[in-house]
Write a protein that binds this ligand. Structure first.
Ligand code: AP5
Length: 208
């Protein structure tokens, strides 16, 4: 199955994608994670992307479209994939349509205030990418990843100014995709404001 996960920053896309792709045995393709890794590795793409990401702006469409074209050509995507963070603009959605057939688009719906609260308290593992929250999903030892023991960090774009910018960018650039996929009868909306387990249950039910 080829799935797109949409939703505001902080809607829980990364958290849910990690769980459901394991259950469905398909790759989790997070453009945010790919760009952060490229930035960490100081590749030309990573260095360029970092300037946009840290301020909460989108990375240019041509870079993102090339990146996804390459990624979904790989062997592990033959049986399906889950896209987390792509497409995010109309040109990206139109480009994707030319390279792959999508089976399902799921939007995790949350309010802006919930997004701000979640992103302000998010902590991320520098090594394995595991996602925590200081209140809703705290690690066993403060500041340390339960899974790999690495230090947890605050993402540069989880600072207040960048969070507000990302919410604004979502409204302008990404929200129009909801109507686009609704018209194609691919869209399912799930209330992402509930507990992680409740959201996972509904997500799995919607793709089976
Ligand atoms: P990206 O990494 O994709 O960020 P995002 O879409 O803004 O989404 P987030 O990762 O912030 O949130 P999420 O929905 O995954 O929530 P999470 O599960 O972590 O993109 C980052 C940047 O890269 C972009 O701004 C842009 O610059 C660039 N980029 C990426 N793709 C691009 C593209 N296609 N085009 C152009 N530029 C692109 O959860 C958040 C917090 O909430 C966590 O602390 C978590 O523990 C907690 N939480 C999750 N679920 C629950 C729950 N049910 N209850 C309570 N807490 C919860």
């Amino acid at each position: 199955m080829r799935i797109i996960l949409l939703g505001l920053p902080g809607a829980g896309k990364g958290t849910q994608a990690r769980t459901i792709t394991k259950k469905l045995n398909i790759p989790h393709i997070s453009t945010g994670d790919i760009l952060r890794q490229a930035s960490e590795d100081r590749t030309p793409l990573g260095l360029k992307a970092k300037e946009y990401m840290d301020k909460g702006h989108l990375v240019p469409d041509d870079l993102m479209i090339d990146l996804i074209k390459e990624r979904i050509k790989r062997e592990d995507c033959k049986k399906g994939f889950l896209l987390d963070g792509f497409p995010r603009t109309m040109p990206q959605a139109e480009a994707l349509e030319k390279i792959s057939n999508i089976d399902k688009v799921i939007k995790l719906r949350i309010e802006n205030e919930v997004a701000i609260e979640r992103l302000s308290g998010r902590r991320t593992c520098k090594r394995c990418g595991a996602i925590y929250h200081i209140i809703y999903l705290p690690p066993k030892r403060e500041g340390i990843c339960d899974r790999c023991g690495e230090e947890l960090i605050i993402r540069e774009d989880d600072k207040r100014e960048a969070i507000l910018k990302r919410l604004e960018v979502y409204k302008e650039e990404t929200r129009p995709l909801i109507e686009y996929y609704r018209e194609k009868e691919l869209l399912t909306i799930i209330d992402g404001g509930r507990s992680e387990e409740e959201v996972t249950r509904d997500l799995l039910a919607s793709v089976r």
